[in-house]
Design a protein around this ligand. Sequence first.
Ligand SMILES: [Zn+2]
Length: 111
Amino acid sequence: MLHIALHFIAPAVLVALFWRKRWWQSYLCLLAGLAIDVDHLLANPVYDPLRCSIGFHPLHTWPAALVYLVLCVYPRTRIFGIGLLLHLLLDAGDCAQMPGGVERLRDYLPW
Ligand SMILES: [Zn+2]
């Protein structure tokens, strides 16, 4: 439950720190990062609290992260890209809390 709350709290913190002028638009752009969880619909079961999303769901993989990183390069898509990378970071944090999660993440990291 804390993990889900963090998907809403962390963007609010970023907006408060960096995008106060257009805070609501920035917040919505960051929240749009939640859209990548649509890839959970490809899994069976759709939701498994003990499954690490990172490296399992297609939009939670390194190739996808590279695309999100490229989105950060362009000013028009930057906040959206940051929201997507923030999503992956929060999901990785969730994985690290799972039994054996740190090892699974370490095995998935390319370095
Ligand atoms: Zn996710």
